[in-house]
Design a binder for this molecule. Sequence first.
Ligand code: PGA
Length: 252
Amino acid sequence: MRKPFVAGNWKMNKTIAEARDLITKMSAELRVISDVEKVLCPPFMSLMDAFKLLEGSGIGLGAQNMHWEEKGAFTGEVSPAMVKELCGYVILGHSERRAYFGETDEIVNRKLISAQSIDLTPIVCVGETLDQYESKLTREVVSKQTSLSLRDVSPTFAPRIVVAYEPVWAIGTGKASNGEEANAVVKDVIRPALAELFGNETSQAIRVLYGGSVTSSNATEFFGQPDIDGALVGGASLKIDEFAAITKAAAQ
Ligand code: PGA
């Protein structure tokens, strides 16, 4: 049985003061929801406050990115050890990182190997663009991203990885995929790619999330699918009632 998983990716939203307020209120709502792994991913600037505010809440904390090197002359970057001091999770290879910051599968893989070495739970994102979707390249693209981004991971660490299938055309557009279509990609593309890397048993143990315009109104459509184990939520994770409702739906 794969435990349901819901993560809120705040992206570049909320100042330190705003984040403090939102985390306090969000935590009160989320801490009473059980049977689901809950993670908040605020901006780097708010991780320290979030760490303190979430202590003992049962709500996990994640970073939205990190560098793969241990330390050194990488101006503006944050190292795995710095993330690890405050977080249990890290989002890797989000499509916005891939599109605007040149992250390739190779870079995502380096970061994943670093997460493994420091024992951070990675949430690795894959998904096709609108062009690729319209050209019917979804399967090819997602399979390749999964295989390359997750290569060379140890079989013992592999079950810890969380994969997020996020069609790029569904992110922040209000145009979510539909449950069956997303489930088919997870079942027929992502799990077979994971099986190729780690064997069938591990492929069945890895949590795979859907992401892209998830709201409280469509969440159950995705969570009802046999191969989808939760959601990576962007916009709706900034709204207390919405995110709490999505988290509750995942728990059921
Ligand atoms: P969205 O973002 O829920 O706002 O579409 C999802 C994500 O980017 O992880």
